[in-house]
Design a protein around this ligand. Structure first.
Ligand code: UDP
Ligand code: MG
Length: 364
């Protein structure tokens, strides 16, 4: 199991981690024998500097955990987080966002926060959804790096160091890939399809868009808006704001307690949301490019159809039983309407352009 995980992490480009882990294993298992120390020493000295160094450059980690009715998992999750983050020796905080739970979750998280000052919580009066929980969690972070994680113990806190190392390579966001997934068959298959469509439509080459386990630089969460059900498209939102996105393989577990909070409706909502994402990230500031193009296209086709019919009429044919006439008229009218919507959109955008919405990377 352990070995598996190390290999997977390695597969995702984390060679230094594996090497150091191996070395630690040797140290604990090898009996004392003559020459061992020197061999080890030589090995250590021969290693290039960048492989020896394991330090992560982040100063404070913020972990955001959205949760809805997960009372059984929470204490275990808190313990696992503490265990996984201890070796990193970086200060951290955990923000538990109770998304209107109706079980004893709030009581459990209050108790957790009382016992450990690194834990804080936000509790919603009603269930607003995972996206809202994440957005509010992001508002409360104080660290320079943010990790999100589900509360149901399906995501493994032991992956946090791997995510951070990948992020430290220079990426702005690192997404987990549940390569080996422990979910019901239907969910796995539909998720594959969903990921495929999202990959094609967004042009982002990652395998798993909706993994709960992700790492972001602070700047990213400060600048993206997650609402509705857009938490499924975090990599798309980040990519289109100009941030770089990477992916690493993470271990996944079966749900231990309770049941999934997203029913069959997830599939229908999912795709409508993809259209929202594409429209709002690509065209919201230039509606004419969308409506104007469609409108002009429709108008032109209608015009050609009716021009051909007009030519027929001039040639002496009757137009009384030519259904194409209706098509031509319809295309022209729809075209003009789409074009006008585009123009109105442009006028609205002109009045609302706000400089604050442009993310500035650096200034001299
Ligand atoms: N969740 C939430 N609000 C919701 C639905 C879910 O905060 O309206 C949380 C849930 O408690 C869990 C995470 O989001 O921590 C992922 O949910 P779930 O495990 O049900 O999703 P799945 O793993 O089935 O995709
Ligand atoms: Mg889950």
């Amino acid at each position: 199991m352990e070995e598996n995980k190390i290999n997977e992490a390695n597969g995702a480009g984390n060679a230094p981690v594996r090497q150091d882990n191996e070395q630690n294993d040797n140290k604990s298992k090898a009996p004392f024998r003559k020459g061992y120390y020197y061999n080890r020493r030589r090995k250590y000295v021969n290693k290039p500097y960048y492989q020896r160094q394991e330090k992560i450059s982040f100063k404070k980690i913020s972990i955001v955990v959205p949760l809805l009715n997960e009372e059984e998992s929470l204490t275990l999750l808190a313990n696992e987080i503490r265990k996984a983050l201890k070796p990193l020796e970086i200060p951290y905080e955990v923000i538990l966002v109770d998304d209107g739970s109706t079980d004893g979750s709030l009581k459990v998280i209050k108790e957790l926060c009382r016992q450990d000052k690194r834990f804080r919580y936000v509790s919603f009066r009603k269930n607003y959804g995972k996206s809202a929980a994440l957005q509010v969690g992001f508002k409360h972070v104080t660290g320079d790096v943010v990790i999100t994680m589900d509360a149901d113990l399906q995501d493994d806190p032991n992956e946090v160091p791997n995510l951070l190392k990948k992020l430290d390579e220079g990426f702005d966001m690192v997404s987990g890939w549940k390569k080996k997934r422990y979910d019901p068959f239907i969910k796995k298959q539909s998720s594959k399809f969903f990921n495929f469509v999202t990959r094609v439509m967004s042009g982002i080459k990652i395998h798993d868009f909706n993994c709960g386990l992700k790492a972001y630089r602070r700047e990213v969460v400060d600048n993206i808006k997650v609402y509705g059900e857009l938490h499924r498209y975090m990599p798309v939102l980040a990519d289109w704001e100009g941030f770089s996105v990477a992916e690493i393989v993470v271990t996944h577990h079966a749900r231990r307690y309770g049941k999934t909070k997203f029913g069959i409706s997830r599939f229908f909502k999912g795709f409508i949301d993809l259209i929202t994402v594409i429209f709002s990230t690509r065209y919201i500031k230039r509606p004419m490019h969308f409506f104007g193009f469609l409108g002009a296209f429709s108008f032109l086709i209608g015009l050609i159809v009716n021009a051909i019919l007009t030519y027929d009429w001039i040639m002496g044919h009757s137009l009384s039983n030519r259904p194409m006439l209706f098509l031509g008229m319809l295309l022209i009218i729809v075209g003009i309407q789409l074009f006008s919507i585009g123009l109105l959109g442009e006028m609205v955008v002109r009045g609302t352009v706000d400089e604050k919405e442009y993310i500035i990377k650096d200034k001299g």
